[in-house]
Every structure is written in C-alpha cells, then in structure tokens.
Design a protein around this ligand. Structure first.
Ligand SMILES: Nc1nc2c(c(=O)[nH]1)N[C@H]1C(S)=C(S)[C@@H](COP(=O)(O)O)O[C@H]1N2
Ligand SMILES: [Mo]
Length: 528
C-alpha cells in the first residue's frame, strides 16, 4: 500500500501549490499596497529597483528595442521569474515544507527591501505589502503541501474514497480552490482600491481650466508645415508624443495637493508654490522641440509641442537666485519628481533668457499623466534627461560638484545640449519607388541655435539644397523636403543639417552614451 501518491501526481500538485501560494502572496501584497502606497507593491518595487540597477548600455538597448514597451517587457520578465520561483518552492515544499515556506518569506523580504529602498519610499510601512503578502503565501504553501502527505496515523487508516492514494485529496482541493477564489477576490479589491486612490488625481486633472497665456506663442508662419505624405507633422499630438521615463506605474498626482519647493544654495527666499499659484502667474506659451539623449540618428524620440507654463527664471529670481555669471553660488538646479527621479540642469541656462518653464499645458491640454501632470520642466536646447523633469515637486539649487543626478551616476554626461540633427521621414528605409520625381522629406533640429540649411546627397553625389519650411522659432525643429529625380537602381540618400552660424551636422558617428548620438541619417531605397 502506498502512503503517498506517485510522483506523477505529486510533482504537478507541488508546482500548483507553489503557484497558488505565489498568487496569494501577490494578491495580498497588492491589497496592502493599495492601503499603504500603490508603488510599494512588490512587482513595482522590484521592477523599479531593477530599472535603477540595469547597466546603462542594457537600459539604452531596451529603450531602443522595446521603446515605450520596455516596461511591459520588464514586468512580464519579473512575472515569468516569479512563476519559475513559485514552482521551484512548491516542489521543494513537497519534501521540505518548512524550507519551502521559508523560501517564500525570504523572497518577501527581498521585495520589502526593494520597497523601502526606493527613492520615493515613504518609510518602513513600504515593507508591509511584501511582508504581509509573503506571510500569507508561506502559510498557504505550508498548508497545501501538508495535504499532500498524510500524517503516519492517517495514512495507516484504511483507504477511503478521499485518501485512496494516501493523501488528503478532498482537503487539498478544498484548500486550493478556496485559496484561488480568495486570492482573486483580494487581488481585484486591491486593484479597485488602487484605482480609486488615483481617481482624485484624475478628477483634479479634469477640473483644470488652463488660463490664457500672458505671452501667447507667436502665430505660426505660413509654410511651417510642408504638404508631404509621410512627413512628421510640425506639431506632434499628445498621443503621438514619445515617452521616456523610468516610471513602472505612471505617477497620478493630485493637482490640488501638489506643491513645489524651491530651496538650496543661494536661495535667499525659499518658496513653496501650489498649482493654483502657478496658474495665476503670467504664463508663456511656446513651441519647443524636446529630444531624448537616447535617440539614435534617425530615431523616434523627438517631438514638438506647444507648451504653456510659468517662466522658471522669474520664480528663481523671486526666490533670490542669481546665476553663476552674476556671482550666484549654485551652478546646478536639481529637479526632483514625486517618483524620486533627479535631473540636473545648469542654472546659467535656465536664467539666460531662454524660455525655460514649469509647464502646465501641452498643445492646449493639461499635461497628460504620462507627460508629467500636473507640472514638468521644459528647457529649450537641452536633452530631456538634463532638463525636462516630469511630475516635478522639488527644485534644489546646488553645484555640479556636490550632487550627481540619476542619469549622471549612470555614465551619462553632466551637461548635454542637444546636438544638431536631421531625420529622413520619407521615403522609408528599404522602400521601393518609381523612377521620376520622388520627394525626400524630413525634420531637422538644433534647439536654441536654429536650423539654417538642410542638404541632401544621393549616393556619392554632390550635396544639394533641400527646401526648408518656414521657421517657427530657433527652439523648434524645421521640416525640409527635396525633389529627387530618381533613376532606377539602389540608392543611398543622406541628409545633413546646418545650424545657425554655419556649423554643419557632423558625419562622425557616435552612440547615444554619454551625450547624444551624432552622425548623419541615411536610407537605402530601390527605384524601379
Ligand atoms: N520624473 C521623470 N522625469 C523625466 C524622466 C524620468 O524618467 N522621470 N525622463 C526624462 C527623459 S530621459 C526625457 S527624454 C523626457 C521625456 O519626456 P516625455 O516622456 O514627455 O517625452 O523626460 C525626462 N523627464
Ligand atoms: Mo531622455
């Protein structure tokens, strides 16, 4: 007579026990997180810690290959790892129940450690979701695997319908089903509560009425937009605007509760402003093109929007800040976001008269949550990672010597003005065209310096002038187009821009690290 079921039954049941325990642990953790702080949940915390510890080349590669899906890929990866882990612990628990359960607790501690060490952690309570979840998961695993081996006395009893194979089949099925149903319910409740807590933020965004700017954007000149199919529109819609950030869960900030503090070295009068305060100020509206330092030559991480915001230099002056050129002691402005990101911007740049702003509007709308609602920084001429802090809540005046922001700690340059770049939007790489006139068109940017010329070259031929669209301002990109008399064969089209003052976009190719990609865009096409 067997006292335990055969391996063919035990192994799958052990794995199932592990999976159920993992599911219960996560569900309970999410519920507790909804009460404590949604971002303190284990998946978000471990994911965030993983993002911060990912080496720069891998992160850059992930941004380039998965683009805006990079975070979904990471979360799926974490989930897959947890599934494997749960199965392994379930199998271990078949033989060593205590060890399996202890394993669940240890991983709970890893989650708790990740949660309390997040830069936006609110304290030891951030450990609660992982700890409580792990206790629930460990307890369940212990119980479930207990049902798979009967105590000697029970096993010796005459086999009945429920213990024919020497294990408490009914007990297992009842416990497992109850656990599955309860976990699903607990998980859904957690989701609901977390969603509910972001309702206030959503409502605060819906209630925003953007005021008219004291200084509206100058009307766009006629001819700023060329009529070429496949060419990027002059203004990028909010929906189409690229998104690059480290936030696994988009922060949902309640504008009514939002505050921005301005303080630090040389700040004679530290300030705290509310969202209402900002809206009451004299706002400016400007078209500004934003670019990511991770954008490869020809890449998609660039967009142009009409931003509405409060001039940053006015606020800094009210706080008593002087730029270094006027003897101010701080040369670096460190912006902090609600999710703990830090970005460092030269104080000189934001006070030199350019339209650096605390933006509240994007293309006539309050900022979308993904683009930093309620307030973000925008500084013309600098890559996003040294200027464009989303979900901003704190500005500290300091020095480059005293503080290294997030990306600078990860091998990116301290200072990063945007490099002059051009992009060929049409024809697409490896496309086929008919011989005759083919319109080559794209965009070119050199924010805060301006574009004065774009040229196109076919194969090794001479550089030929492209037609430039009208210039909205030196802070925006410019469209360009070139009527190419295409002849049959395979051809390489290359473009280069010249910034105001005559400096030509370099042909020297560099990668994105440490201060942005250089080189000229080219596409290969076939003409029939
Ligand atoms: N809080 C926060 N702000 C951030 C980032 C971030 O990861 N977190 N990424 C920066 C980078 S690298 C860029 S390029 C811009 C992108 O802004 P967008 O997502 O609105 O296009 O935001 C910047 N601001
Ligand atoms: Mo970026």
């Amino acid at each position: 007579m067997t006292t335990t079921p055969g391996l063919a039954v035990r192994l799958p049941l052990g794995a199932l026990s592990g999976l159920l325990a993992g599911f219960a642990a996560l569900a309970v953790a999410e519920l507790v997180a909804a009460a404590v702080r949604p971002a303190a949940g284990p998946i978000t915390a471990v994911g965030g810690a993983a993002i911060d510890r990912t080496p720069t080349p891998v992160k850059d590669w992930a941004i380039r290959h998965f683009g805006e899906n990079d975070k979904t890929v990471l979360q799926l990866g974490i989930l897959a790892a947890l599934v494997v882990l749960a199965v392994v612990l379930g199998l271990v628990a078949l033989r060593f129940r205590r060890v399996g359960a202890a394993g669940v607790l240890i991983f709970g501690l890893v989650g708790a450690g990740a949660a309390v060490s997040r830069p936006d952690a609110s304290g030891w309570t951030d450990a609660l979701p992982s700890v409580v979840g792990a206790v629930a998961g460990a307890g369940l695993l212990y119980r479930l695997t207990g049902r798979l081996t009967l105590p000697p006395r029970a096993a010796a009893a005459p086999p009945g319908p429920d213990r024919a194979a020497g294990w408490d089949r009914r007990g297992f099925v009842v416990t497992a089903s109850a656990a599955a149903v309860t976990s699903a319910g607990v998980g859904l409740l957690g989701r609901y509560l977390a969603g509910h807590s972001s309702q206030a933020a959503v409502a605060s965004r819906e209630a925003v009425r953007l005021p008219a700017p004291a200084s509206p954007a100058p009307p766009l000149p006629a001819g700023v937009q060329l009529d070429v199919p496949g060419l990027s529109p002059f203004t990028t819609s909010n929906r189409a605007f690229y998104r690059v950030d480290t936030a696994l869960v988009v922060p949902k900030v309640n504008a009514r509760a939002w505050r921005l503090r301005i303080h630090g070295k040389g700040v004679a009068r530290p300030l705290t402003v509310t969202f209402e305060d900002l809206l009451r100020r004299e706002l400016i509206e400007r078209y500004i093109t934003l670019t990511c330092v991770s954008n490869e030559v020809g890449g998609p991480y660039v967009g142009n929007a009409r931003w509405l915001g409060a001039p940053l230099s006015d606020l800094l002056r009210e706080a008593g800040v002087r730029p270094p050129s006027r003897g101010g002691p701080a040369d670096q402005l460190v912006a902090r976001s609600v999710d703990g990101m830090t970005l460092g911007t030269p104080v000189e740049d934001v006070m030199d008269g350019r339209d650096a702003m605390l933006a509240v509007g994007m293309n006539g709308q309050p900022l979308p949550f993904t683009h930093g609602f309620p307030v973000r920084m925008v500084v013309p001429g600098l890559y996003g990672y040294v200027s464009a802090c989303k979900w901003i809540e704190d500005i500290e005046l300091t020095t480059f010597a005293d503080f290294e922001p997030y990306w600078v700690k990860r091998t990116w340059a301290r200072e990063a003005p945007v490099k002059t770049q051009s992009r060929i939007d049409t024809p697409k790489p490896l496309s086929r065209s008919r011989a005759g006139t083919v319109t080559v068109a794209g965009v070119a940017w050199a924010q805060h310096r301006g574009i004065e010329r774009v040229q196109v070259r076919i194969d090794d031929g001479p550089w030929q002038e492209a037609e430039l669209a009208a210039e909205a301002s030196i802070d925006t990109w410019r469209q360009w187009s070139f009527p190419w008399r295409a002849t049959p064969g395979s051809h390489t089209i290359t473009a280069r821009a010249t910034e105001r003052g005559g400096r030509v976009q370099t042909q020297k190719r560099t990668g994105t690290v440490p201060d942005g990609a250089s080189g000229r865009p080219s596409v290969v096409v076939t003409v029939e």
